[in-house]
Design a protein around this ligand. Structure first.
Ligand code: UN1
Length: 493
């Protein structure tokens, strides 16, 4: 793909002349596309295109804006398989997951189309019978969206679709790793007739320019805590700029003493290894009651060793490569660190170097048992790879304590048949996404998505994103011929 920026309804070259590459992580000899390293001028052009389109766009009815999105969904659905293959080739996750990513993106477009005919405000009584009061939402203006590579299709649509349905316009800065998928989104938005300037895309390493640009009113970010924290610092220095950040996790799947082990093992495998452990919702901690520890471990390790790793386009491959060289090095460092911190290694994993793996960033799972320890780095830091700790616990109090002993609070799954114990987990653990007898992954677009603590501020997904990309206004109308104040104040001159 000869990649370009998408600004004001046109695919245009960058001004700097610099380019970067997107390659297939399962075969780094395969070049998928090159893209502009956008300059400050490119970012300014994109923001002014979004600003220019804003007035016309916000004045359309929500229903009309929804019709554009409906057309967008229809076109995407027709080419779902082709887009899924591109997603898989670009970010390395198995083709089933590539399809799920595209499905999740389309679900978001459909969800948002549904919302445009739903009530989006409130009628509120005034203390004065002659007054009517309304809560009405208004768009904020230009939204900057900065998105990661692990859901290169769904996450941009999580952020774009509600934003534009509410009347905002957007500049998207996708991950450099998955620039081709981002441009596919632009192609389809263009075909759907979404007016010029409503969606713009700039590529490269220019997210900071968007964040500090005086004319972006909202910053939406999904990615690492380091970057998100920096975004929050910059945004805090601007009055009138909002941000919502979703920034990873150190999630856990909890297996209680009465758990159905069939469900527990299956949920653990899915939580730990889908997307090769590279989801913000992946579980890198399995907190297991000592009563079922041996049996759980035996089954989990046995399946882990059978996991098929390989070309993610093969239907029967469960785990593709990780995203890049830096990821392989980071994961290997944490595997090493686990040993140093006293891990009991159950499955020794690392970079795969056989002939069939040597052109890609393939890592096999690393599994260990380790008691919780407040100073351990491997039990507290996000690894983002197939790196899994099994942590034994004795009772529900200890389970809650261990679960909460991280700076993150995104996804929490508990496997139990006991509704009282499930309630204890529900009430006392710190998370944004809670699951019973399910994995830690598998969020749905119409539910709130986001976490607490270091995992995020705001909820950058559909059903709660609306609070970030709109502001609520109180609109009060007087039908009397005199002014009566709610606090009983009447003034006669
Ligand atoms: C992410 O990794 O940033 O819950 C989001 C899930 C996904 C979302 C992951 N749909 O599995």
């Amino acid at each position: 793909m000869d990649g370009k920026n998408y600004i004001n309804g046109a695919f245009v070259n960058g001004n700097s002349g610099g380019r970067f590459e997107s390659r297939n992580p399962a075969n780094f000899d395969e070049l998928l596309g090159t893209f502009p390293l956008s300059s400050e001028k490119d970012v300014n052009d994109a923001v002014s295109a979004a600003q220019g389109a804003y007035d016309g766009w916000r004045r359309l009815s929500r229903i009309k804006r929804g019709e554009y999105l409906d057309e967008f969904a229809q076109l995407l659905k027709k080419d779902k398989e082709e887009i899924s293959r591109l997603v898989t080739m670009e970010c390395g996750k198995g083709i089933m997951e590539g399809r799920a990513d595209v499905t999740e993106g389309i679900h978001m477009v459909q969800y948002v189309c549904g919302t445009v005919r739903m009530p989006h405000g409130d009628v509120i009584d005034s203390e004065i019978p002659e007054k009517d009061a309304f809560l009405r939402r208004k768009p904020k203006g230009v939204v900057a969206a900065i998105t990661p590579w692990n859901f290169p299709f769904a996450i941009p649509l999580w952020l774009l679709c509600p934003s534009i349905a509410e009347g905002n316009t957007v500049v998207l800065k996708p991950s450099r790793e998955t620039a081709c998928t981002a441009n596919k989104i632009a192609e389809y938005a263009h075909k759907a007739g979404i007016p010029p300037g409503v969606i713009n895309i700039v590529h490269g390493s220019c997210g900071d320019l968007l964040v500090k640009h005086p004319d972006t009113q909202v910053v939406l970010f999904v990615g690492s805590n380091d970057v998100g924290s920096e975004i929050k610092r910059v945004v805090a220095g601007h009055h009138n700029k909002m941000c919502a950040c979703e920034m990873g996790g150190k999630n856990a799947l909890i297996v209680l003493d009465d758990a159905n082990l069939e469900i527990a093992v299956n949920a653990a495998i899915i939580s730990a290894y889908k997307t090769s452990g590279q989801r913000c919702t992946s579980a890198s901690r399995l907190i297991v009651h000592e009563k079922v520890l041996r049996e759980f471990e035996r089954r989990f390790v046995e399946i882990t060793k059978r996991i098929k790793i390989g070309n993610p386009l093969d239907e029967d491959v469960f785990m593709g490569p990780v995203i890049n060289q830096a990821a392989t090095e980071k994961i290997a460092r944490y595997n090493e660190l686990a040993r140093k911190e006293g891990a009991d290694v159950l499955v020794d994993g690392g970079r795969l170097t056989d002939e069939k793996y040597k052109k890609g960033y393939f890592m096999s799972p690393f599994v260990y048992r380790m008691n919780n320890n407040p100073t351990s780095r491997v039990l507290h830091e996000e690894v983002f790879g197939p790196h899994v700790a099994i942590i034994p616990v004795k009772n529900i109090e200890e389970t809650v304590k261990v679960y909460n002993d991280t700076d993150y609070g995104l996804a929490c799954a508990v496997i139990t048949e006991d509704f009282r114990k499930a309630k204890a987990i529900r009430d006392d653990c710190e998370y944004g996404l809670g699951y019973v007898n399910l994995p830690t992954i598998g969020a749905e677009v119409h539910l709130p998505f986001g976490g607490v603590k270091k995992s995020g501020t705001g909820m950058p997904s559909a059903s709660t994103l609306i609070d970030v990309i709109t502001h609520r206004t109180a609109w009060t109308v007087n039908h009397a011929l005199e002014i009566k104040m709610a606090q009983g104040l009447t003034i006669k001159w």
